[in-house]
Design a protein around this ligand. Sequence first.
Ligand SMILES: [Zn+2]
Length: 109
Amino acid sequence: MKSDFDVISRQVAIDAVKAYFTDCQIEDADWHGNGIEYELESLPSVDAVPIKHGHYVGEADGYANGELVYDVWKCSECGCVFEDEYEKPTYNYCPNCGADMRGEQDGNT
Ligand SMILES: [Zn+2]
């Protein structure tokens, strides 16, 4: 997703610039590539961590009215167990690992 606040890898950007100037046929390509690499190296950085996406995985050990009854829910990313929950947890983020749980929900065994 692109926005005004996208965070990208400095090294990936530098590698892309180097690849572009390696492949192009302009005069002084190395000089231009090194100049842009210098500018990219001098840009300030921000603290950022990749967003981890997870979902709740339900475990069922019985049926009620012909339907599986999920009585244990786990985080797909860290395995954190929500044993006391008989309803699917509604946390937006896993309280243990911080995974974003707002995506697809699972009810697998
Ligand atoms: Zn988790």
